[in-house]
Design a protein around this ligand. Structure first.
Ligand code: FAD
Length: 343
């Protein structure tokens, strides 16, 4: 009980602090900044400009941190830098403790994290410490520039609806943002910003000891593919999915699908493209038997060249396609595969 009341007192003190703009958490590992950080800076900058706030990047790092200039170039007005040898590793108990030290001086109005394994572990602890809410795995963020409310949208009920959540009373408003959805801004290395250093003593005894880190083979993510051959219900049968995979292999690309194919078990969810699946940005996309429902188009808006194959000349997919093939996608796939064999 004593421990709980000490914690409560600490969060009450923290919650009385004046709030100071929009913060993003700059996650990095083994000398590499996570790509979601640049996306958070891009989104954070947009929200900050709209609501007249400053954008701060929180950088918790080992003793020889060199990232501050980079974070400012990508949009931060200020970097809060907390360095200590113990913070070199991604031991989240140390990072949480360092974060608590930072929050004892000031708290943000909005605090954003990447929805990565590390962000998903750290952000809820901070939300609990600050006794505020957290919307996990957001796919969209908007700000009301009058009252400053953050509208945090995320898929709910297994992706069957999009829920927009807001946190009217407590501060900060906190969210984790799904990687690969937002756009980073071009860096400007002439941008100027400030760096605030926070002293960290590293006095806690962590309950977890990292003995060894085993890094699994990184699966290719469809979000990174430069060529995608995607299939919708018009592919007709699970057997025909072989043709889609074959053409994707020939083009050294990956397979994507519309949601019904995941629902009926013809494909894994990791291949689903759209509002409740992956957002993709390929150079070339061949869409086979996909109608082009709005929820699917939400995932392919940044595809460079789209070739759509559909029997229905009125199919909405044709409105976003660069090349249209009106016909049976199975026949077209067989033809394309045959023409590769004949080469
Ligand atoms: P259909 O709409 O059934 O279209 C099949 C198409 O194939 C038709 O255009 C038809 O003309 C064509 N066709 C038929 N036979 C052939 C043939 N032999 N050759 C060529 N063409 C042929 N969907 C997603 O894809 N991704 C999402 O993330 C997603 N999220 C959703 C979230 C919510 C909240 C909701 C409500 C829905 C979501 N959906 C999503 C579902 C979406 O609304 C559509 O139902 C779905 O995209 C349709 O998939 P489809 O195009 O494969 O199937």
């Amino acid at each position: 009980y004593e421990a709980i009341s000490i914690k409560q007192k600490r969060s009450e003190t923290i919650n009385r602090k004046k709030t100071s703009g929009i913060w993003i958490y700059a996650e990095h590992k083994n000398g590499i900044m996570h790509p979601v950080v640049y996306e958070l800076l891009g989104k954070g900058r947009e929200l900050a400009d709209k609501s007249n706030h400053k954008l701060t990047a929180v950088l918790i790092d080992g003793e020889s941190s060199h990232w501050a200039k980079e974070l400012i170039a990508y949009g931060a007005d200020r970097v809060i830098l907390c360095s200590h040898a113990l913070l070199e590793s991604q031991q989240d108990e140390y990072h949480f403790d360092a974060m608590t030290t930072i929050l004892e001086e000031e708290i943000p109005t909005i605090f954003l994290f990447g929805a990565t394994s590390f962000g998903r572990s750290l952000a809820p602890r901070i939300a609990a410490r600050l006794q505020t809410g957290l919307t996990a795995d957001c796919t969209r963020l908007e700000i009301d520039d009058v009252c400053g409310y953050l509208y945090q949208t995320r898929p709910a009920f297994g992706g069957n609806l999009m829920a927009t959540i807001m946190c009217p009373d407590q501060r900060p408003q906190m969210a984790t943002m799904r990687p690969g959805i937002m756009n980073a801004k071009e860096p400007d290395y002439y941008r100027e910003g400030t760096v605030k250093r926070v002293n960290y003593k590293g006095e806690i005894k962590p309950r977890i000891e990292i003995i060894k880190e085993i890094i699994g083979e990184k699966k290719k993510s469809i979000g990174d593919a430069s060529v995608i051959v995607s299939a919708g219900r018009g592919i007709g049968s699970q057997k025909n999915m072989k043709l889609v995979r074959r053409l994707a292999d020939i083009l050294e690309g990956q397979v994507g699908v519309s949601r019904p194919l995941v629902d009926i078990g013809w494909s894994e969810y990791s291949h689903q493209i759209g509002q409740t699946g992956a957002i993709v940005r390929p150079q070339l996309m061949i869409a086979c038997g996909i109608s082009g429902a709005i929820q699917h188009l939400a995932g392919i808006a940044d595809a460079k060249t789209i070739i759509a194959i559909n029997t229905d000349p009125e199919a909405p997919i044709f409105s976003v396609a660069n090349y249209k093939i009106i016909g049976d996608c199975v026949e077209v796939l067989e033809m394309l595969i045959r023409s590769d064999r004949e080469k």
